[in-house]
Write a protein that binds this ligand. Structure first.
Ligand SMILES: O=c1ccn([C@@H]2O[C@H](COP(=O)(O)OP(=O)(O)O[C@H]3O[C@H](CO)[C@@H](O)[C@H](O)[C@H]3O)[C@@H](O)[C@H]2O)c(=O)[nH]1
Ligand SMILES: [Mn+2]
Length: 735
């Protein structure tokens, strides 16, 4: 047979038997823990003690339930490898067209110069330019962002041929010119590089200068009709659709060529209509408008979805994805190919645990082995069919190479007029958009929900994590930003958990059972807040009164507890380090893990309760991609940024202080009644580790002088709260 060789291969993970052995041993110990909880239950005359004990047992039951899906995703893991040479041999330049959809939403938090670099990085893919179209959705409806696209369009005429000629990498000009180690020997290249660098700097200078004004200056507005549209914009949430084909590329317009005479990719700017009475559905709404607009303008069978900060770091990424989608055998069933999210702006020890490294390097591989990764919003190639609601069946199987792609013949002006209507508010009324078609509405993690529903329609997905990172973006750079992002994710997951889309119900009989269980690793995030807060506070408080909540450490009943804590911690550290993190990064990750559970997840839960009771609506808080200079200086130095007044920090500080007081109180007690030591050792250790991990919090409260310290009001509130809690607990409630 001619095409007997596949375009990719799948291998299973190594060392899995060790993991399974470890998981089994934990399971056995969990059984003993539960047995000891029942066996050693304090008698009913010890009211408080009994109550606290039962509380601990319930928490442990919850931990056990949360733990199950983490084992499921680690049980088996798939790794993929592609054969791009076979793809080129077989298909040459006869490759499918690709539409790249980029979303931006705020010219201040997402600077136009950054968006410009992302757009340029994908325009410069090693891919036939007549097959590439880039669509930018601007939810900020900013004429500055539009102006940046005009600049990007003219710069692309130089940038793209330069990239192709010298095989430049990465293809984001911002990333390329900022990396200090561009040793170039070749004098011709050096010259060209310098002159392009100058052009780039000038362009960024212009864009940034204009960004400082609130409006694009008159002389520029005069040169482009389209700027008149902004005269009708009342606000970013109340305006008509603005759509412009900035480059009518792909060989349609003879003048749309680069400096070497090669056709340019198309570039389209869209700001969809928004009206106060109409729910715009955040990113999902923006992407759906882009899907429709792109279907009219270029209608490529493949769609790449990107956040505006996620630039392409690998010029071959499209071919990587095509090795799956175009595979003769399994290709037609693959609905989407997900790449990991990687970040360029992390500190060495990943201060805010933003790297997602365990999710991307372990868990998603587990998803993949159970039927396919979830969709994580960015860095993902979809078949257009999956986003138009199509169901996968053996009869409807279509090979991409047989796909007949027809580019519209109409002029750009006609296309603009027609496509514009597709982005109007009322276009979606009484349609299946947001339900069966496009990205799904109704959850702040529209990506997870969308991916799940695609898989439910019979498609499978593939997770591809090649050594050369394909997409690089920006993670949050302050503690508060990070906690707010985590809150949005947990809130979205909770929305899914409480809806009919809960994977165990929605996916029942439609997707593999293990995949359903894998999804449950993230759904209960917000619910985790309650038992963890209990566990971080109550056992420590109990030290003050000498109430023992764990078996004696030296007794046989104490052994399973010690083993679980020791083994779980060790496994987590090993896993984290094997994903490339430093030991300190792991430690920072533990702290963030705790902060998230006590604040982000708690507020996500509360917001969901408010929402169900009808008080609030959920909102998508965008993560800022820029930071003030002094803040980013502290970030570089890995000093945690506490300088904001927020209930989140009050909770963090209060828990740290309670544990600090309890540790001191516990010591004093032990000095007086040393015979109670064996019963309290475990609580002392847990309290001491909490104090240890919270050291930067005490520093922020009492020792730092810089603006990143805890604000005085947060300190007062948390001190009052923790003192009251500790004294109330010590004074009365007889045991
Ligand atoms: O009303 C909105 C809000 C956001 N965005 C865009 O959505 C993207 C993601 O927003 P960001 O603030 O960077 O959020 P993250 O938490 O980093 O995003 C992650 O989580 C989101 C779900 O919460 C997914 O949609 C994203 O793809 C995923 O990268 C950005 O390009 C925004 O411009 C819009 O287009 N319209
Ligand atoms: Mn982001």
């Amino acid at each position: 047979m001619k095409f007997s060789q596949p375009l990719f291969e799948t291998v299973s993970g190594n060392w899995l038997f060790l993991y399974r052995l470890y998981a089994a041993s934990i399971l056995v110990c969990i059984c003993f823990v539960f047995a000891s909880r029942v066996k050693l239950l304090p008698p009913s005359e010890n009211g408080t003690h009994r109550l606290m004990w039962i509380g601990c047992s319930l928490c442990e039951l919850a931990f056990f339930l949360f733990w199950i899906p983490t084992v499921v995703v680690r049980w088996d893991r798939s790794y993929r490898r592609t054969f791009k040479d076979r793809l080129s041999e077989r298909h040459g330049k006869d490759l499918p067209a690709v539409d790249i959809l980029v979303c931006t939403a705020d010219p201040v938090m997402e600077p136009p110069s950054m968006v410009m670099s992302t757009v340029l990085s994908v325009m410069a893919y090693d891919y036939p330019p007549d097959k590439l179209s880039v669509f930018l959705s601007d939810d900020g409806c900013s004429d500055l962002t539009f102006y940046a696209m005009l600049e990007a369009a003219s710069f692309s005429k130089k940038w793209i041929p330069f990239c192709h000629k010298f095989k430049v990498e990465p293809r984001s000009p911002e990333a390329y010119f900022s990396s200090p180690d561009v040793h170039i020997e070749d004098p011709v290249r050096k010259n060209e590089c310098n002159s392009i660098n100058n052009l780039y700097e000038e362009m960024v200078g212009r864009v940034e200068a204009i960004s400082k004004l609130t409006r694009v200056p008159e002389e520029i507005r005069k040169s482009h009709q389209i700027f008149k549209e902004w005269d009708f914009v009342s606000s970013r949430n109340d305006h008509q659709t603005i759509l412009q084909i900035v480059i009518d590329g792909n060989g349609r317009d003879e003048t749309a060529v680069d400096d070497e005479g090669q056709p340019l990719p198309s570039l389209v700017y869209l700001s969809r209509e928004k009206r106060p009475h109409h729910h715009h559905q955040f990113k999902a709404g923006a992407v759906n408008a882009l899907i429709r607009v792109s279907s009219r303008i270029s209608n490529a069978p493949i769609i790449l979805n990107l956040d505006c900060d996620m630039y392409s770091n690998n010029p071959d990424a499209i071919r990587e994805a095509l090795c799956f989608l175009m595979d003769e055998e399994s290709g037609p069933k693959i609905g989407f190919v997900q790449f990991p999210q990687n970040f360029v702006n992390l500190t060495r020890n990943d201060l805010y645990g933003s790297s997602l490294s365990q999710i991307c390097n372990v868990e998603l591989h587990g998803f993949d082995s159970h039927g396919g990764p979830c969709f994580i919003g960015t860095g993902c190639f979809h078949r257009r069919d999956t986003l138009s609601g199509k169901i996968y069946t053996m009869e409807s199987r279509e090979h991409l190479k047989d796909h007949k792609h027809k580019r519209p013949e109409e002029s750009a002006t006609v296309l603009e007029e027609e496509a514009k209507r597709l982005a109007d508010c009322d276009f979606e009324y009484n349609t299946l958009w947001g339900k069966e078609m496009g990205f799904k509405y109704g959850a702040l993690v529209e990506d997870i929900l969308t991916g799940l529903s695609i898989q439910r329609r019979g498609w499978r997905s593939v997770y591809h994590n090649p050594a050369k990172k394909c997409f690089l973006g920006l993670g949050p750079t302050t503690l508060l930003q990070s906690l707010i992002q985590q809150k949005r994710w947990a809130e979205g997951q909770c929305q899914i958990l409480l809806s009919r889309y809960f994977p165990l119900i929605y996916g029942w009989g439609k997707i593999p059972f293990l995949l359903q269980l894998s999804y449950c690793i993230y759904s209960p995030w917000s619910l985790q807040s309650i038992p963890f807060i209990y566990y971080f506070v109550v056992p420590s408080l109990c030290l003050l009164r000498g109430i023992s909540l764990f078996p004696e450490v030296s007794s046989p009943w104490g052994l399973p507890f010690t083993y679980i804590i020791f083994a779980v911690t060790l496994h987590d550290a090993i896993e984290c380090i094997s994903c490339g993190a430093t030991l300190l990064a792991w430690w920072n990750g533990q702290r963030m893990w705790m902060f998230k559970r006590t604040t982000s997840y708690l507020f996500a839960l509360l917001d969901n309760i408010w929402r169900i009771m009808g008080f609030t609506n959920s909102a998508f808080a965008i993560t800022a991609k820029v930071t003030e200079d002094d803040v980013s200086e502290r970030y570089e130095k890995e000093m945690i940024e506490f300088g904001a007044v927020t209930p989140m920090f009050t909770i963090i500080a209060a828990i740290a202080l309670i544990n600090g007081f309890c540790l001191i109180g516990g010591f004093i007690r032990l000095l007086m009644w040393s015979e109670t030591l064996p019963q309290l050792v475990m609580q002392m250790i847990s309290c001491a580790s909490l104090v240890l991990i919270n050291l930067p919090v005490y520093e922020g409260l009492f020792f730092r002088k810089d603006p990143g310290r805890m604000p005085a009001s947060v300190m007062q509130a948390s001190l009052t709260f923790s003192l009251v809690a500790c004294s109330l607990f010590t004074i009365r409630l007889p045991v």
